[in-house]
Design a protein around this ligand. Structure first.
Ligand SMILES: [Zn+2]
Length: 467
């Protein structure tokens, strides 16, 4: 039974915790320190957690209509997945250990960094139109009158979380934004998304805070087509998407899509076959994500955190469990912590995830990992998903990952075109030095471990912290 008291939570300092794996009855030591990042004083700062009650008020209307033969039902992007995650963060006691951040609305000029004036003004006009109960802009992007204000608050939330990490108020952050954003293209909404929250945060970091290189890692089960479109020609942003091949949008996110013009090489797509699980995803992080981040040397890692690759999701067909999401987070933290370019800067922005039963456990694992804390909440489903057949890397999945690995050479060429050495020193004043060889070795050490939860949490953390 889940404990809800403050005592249910502890840091990983001098503690043992029960695992939530198939070996959940065993107890094993975890890291002695909560220091997740390399920057001075990072251990003294909390993880930022951003949410707003109004995020839960976004309403995309019903799913289906009276001409579809079956009774219309609740929209997949309903509030419960997000509210139940927030509730679990609260009742687990974790919320009390986080630095709660309050969003502000993105300004029109901030939205216009990622979107066209025609599109932003169209959303504004629809939002002001009370003649309809629900408006739609683009493909599957519904919102109620007044929805512009909520969407601007979501985009502003991503900016706020990012800025608090950049200015050192928090060491990393999770933004529970809604509506989601990664399908929103410059001139069109899509896939339940109105404004591209993570892209707007990245552009704010580049143009307001003079960062030179930002990475966006998108593990939502659907391709981040909007983010890709916004940065296709922008070599300042490395966009990596690992997703289910041919899901949504159809015909988007093929491995051959690697950017355009000056941005060739800084887009990496890893489309995986349906049915992919722990082995395939961890191989992607080991063989594509980690070397790409090392090569690119971002100063900030943004995460499009979607949880619809979980085995329970109604809109995805993958087999991930909560500990896999913890593993992804640990891998990204490791890069950010050990890279002198990045100084521990990781900001996760909530995207999709449509299992109201399972999204809370997956999201909690990510936020726990960001905070270096473990509550006593145990994922009651992990044992099942861990033991599913075909969780290990399969040959047809390996072939997809090999195809994506081939594109690392294009990324290397892109880095060289920018006047930097891949994984090496920057010619700019903002470069902050070079990634050391031991970093690459350390990353491989963690990311090549792939034996279930033990690698995803305990062993992964141990490698991160060197304990
Ligand atoms: Zn999705």
């Amino acid at each position: 039974m889940m404990r809800v008291s403050q005592r249910a939570l502890h840091t990983c300092s001098h503690a043992t915790v029960s695992t939530s794996s198939s070996r959940r009855t065993s107890r094993r030591p975890v890291c002695a320190k909560a220091t997740l990042h390399g920057s001075s004083g990072a251990q003294d700062r909390k993880t930022g957690y951003l949410f707003h009650e109004l995020y839960f008020w976004h309403e995309p209307g019903p799913w289906g209509n009276l001409k579809n033969y079956v009774q219309p039902t609740r929209h997949p992007e309903h509030v419960e997945t997000k509210r139940r995650l927030h509730n679990l963060v609260s009742v687990s006691g974790l919320l009390d250990q986080l630095h709660v951040l309050k969003p502000r609305p993105a300004t029109e000029s901030e939205l216009l960094r990622a979107h066209t004036p025609d599109y932003v003004h169209a959303v504004q006009a629809m939002s002001a139109d009370n003649s309809k109960a629900v408006h739609c802009v683009g493909d599957e992007s519904h919102f109620m009158p007044g929805g512009y204000d909520l969407a601007a608050l979501a985009a502003g939330g991503a900016i706020t979380a990012m800025e608090n990490v950049l200015d050192g108020s928090v060491r990393n952050a999770y933004a529970l934004c809604r509506p989601p954003g990664h399908h929103a293209e410059p001139g069109m909404g899509g896939g339940y998304c109105l404004f591209n929250n993570v892209a707007i945060a990245a552009l704010h970091a580049l143009e307001q805070h003079q960062l030179e290189r930002v990475a966006i890692v998108d593990f939502d089960v659907h391709h981040g087509n909007g983010t890709q479109a916004i940065f296709a020609e922008d070599p300042r942003v490395l966009f990596i998407s690992v997703h289910q091949a041919g899901n949504y949008p159809l015909f988007s996110g093929d491995v051959s899509e690697i950017g355009q013009g000056p941005g060739v090489g800084t887009t990496l797509n890893v489309p995986l076959p349906p049915g992919s699980g722990r082995g395939a995803y961890r191989a992607v992080f080991d063989r594509v994500v980690a070397p790409a981040l090392d090569m690119f040397g971002p100063q900030l890692v943004l995460v499009s955190a979607g949880f619809d690759a979980s085995y329970m999701d109604p809109l995805g067909h993958m087999m991930l469990g909560s500990e896999d999401y913890r593993y992804f987070t640990a891998a990204l933290q490791q890069h950010a912590a050990t890279s002198p370019h990045c100084q521990g800067r990781v900001v996760a922005v909530h995207e999709g995830g449509y299992s109201e039963q399972y999204v809370p456990f997956c999201g909690l694992a990510v936020i726990e990992q960001l905070a270096g804390l473990r509550t006593k909440v145990q994922d009651p489903y992990w044992e099942d998903v861990y033991n599913f057949a075909y969780q290990e890397l399969q040959p047809h999945q390996d072939a997809c990952i090999k195809a994506a690995e081939q594109n690392l050479e294009a990324l290397r060429q892109a880095v060289l075109r920018s006047g930097r050495q891949p994984g090496g020193s920057s010619s700019s004043s903002n470069g902050n030095g070079s990634i050391k060889a031991k970093h690459a070795a350390g990353a491989a050490g963690v990311l090549s471990s792939s034996k279930g939860a033990a690698a995803g949490t305990g062993a992964g953390q141990a490698a991160i912290h060197g304990c």
